[in-house]
Design a protein around this ligand. Structure first.
Ligand SMILES: [Fe+2]
Ligand SMILES: [Fe+2]
Length: 268
């Protein structure tokens, strides 16, 4: 069994709403999703069963950073929600409070309200992986990962609010599986032969594995339900399928880019 698929299905089992869960599971069974799952698993297997030159590790650190670290855009979505609420009728204001606080719980760890800000944890991880901070220079950008980041930004900041919340949910569910898989695979990984690799700092990876991102998925879906109370016309289960599938398709393109980084590695 493919572990990513198992974790995605387990997460769907926690959604509760049968209609919603069925739509989400349908997405993960599509041929495009199966390809994405295989491609992702293959990437992590390949990365963590080999040692790599510092340059390759820097490209990876930059590309993977662009796939995550997007709490800023969720905060932007919260701003949009607050603005939108200015035009709501007063009886819906409790729904605003509930929807907004559900969104807040998605980014409480990322922003450092609970624990160390995740940007700091990522920098510690990347420094322990690559030996310095040069990975954040523009020259290590992985174009497909940058494109993914633009999709994430636009899906939170430009799409209709209902769809934006669903895009966050799709991302949290995928991340549950991705982090749970890679935290296992990285435990025994020696990334490089270089001297600086005495210890890989995995706190960033470990704090996202297991229940963390799963909890964010459930908060996002709660936020969506509260928002729908103010705009029932947005309750389209077909939107769920489209938005979740679109997320998986974007993940696939990003992972093709990460594979490309490994393909292009020059060993001396
Ligand atoms: Fe995070
Ligand atoms: Fe999350």
């Amino acid at each position: 069994m493919n572990k990513i698929r198992d974790i995605l299905r387990e997460a769907t089992g926690r959604i509760g709403d049968h209609r919603l869960a069925e739509a989400v599971n349908g997405v993960y069974e599509s041929s495009s999703s199966r390809e994405t799952i295989l491609l992702t698993k293959d990437f992590w297997d390949r990365l963590t069963t080999n040692t790599w030159p510092q340059e390759t590790l820097r490209f990876f650190a930059s590309g993977w950073h662009d796939l995550h670290q997007s709490a800023f855009f969720v905060a932007g979505l919260q701003v949009r929600l607050q603005r939108d609420a200015a035009s709501w009728s007063p009886e819906h204001l409790p729904d605003l409070i509930h929807a907004s606080s559900e969104l807040a719980e998605i980014i409480s760890e990322d922003t450092g309200v609970d624990g160390t800000p995740h940007d700091e944890l990522y920098r510690n991880f990347a420094r322990s992986l690559t030996g310095d901070d040069l990975w954040s220079l523009d020259r290590y950008t992985v174009p497909a990962c940058k494109t993914f980041r633009i999709y994430v930004r636009e899906s939170r900041l430009s799409a209709p609010i209902s769809n934006a919340i669903l895009a966050v949910a799709a991302s949290e569910q995928w991340n549950t599986a991705e982090y749970s898989l890679c935290s296992q695979l990285m435990k025994n990984w020696q990334p490089s032969e270089a001297v600086h690799h005495c210890r890989l700092d995995l706190e960033y990876v470990d704090v996202h594995a297991g229940e963390t991102e799963l909890g964010h998925l459930l908060h996002a879906l709660n936020a969506w339900r509260f928002f729908l109370k103010t705009d029932p016309t947005a309750d389209q289960i077909s939107d769920v399928s489209t938005i979740f599938q679109h997320h998986i398709d974007q993940v696939k393109l990003a992972y093709l880019g990460l594979h490309h980084v490994l393909d292009n590695t020059k060993f001396h």
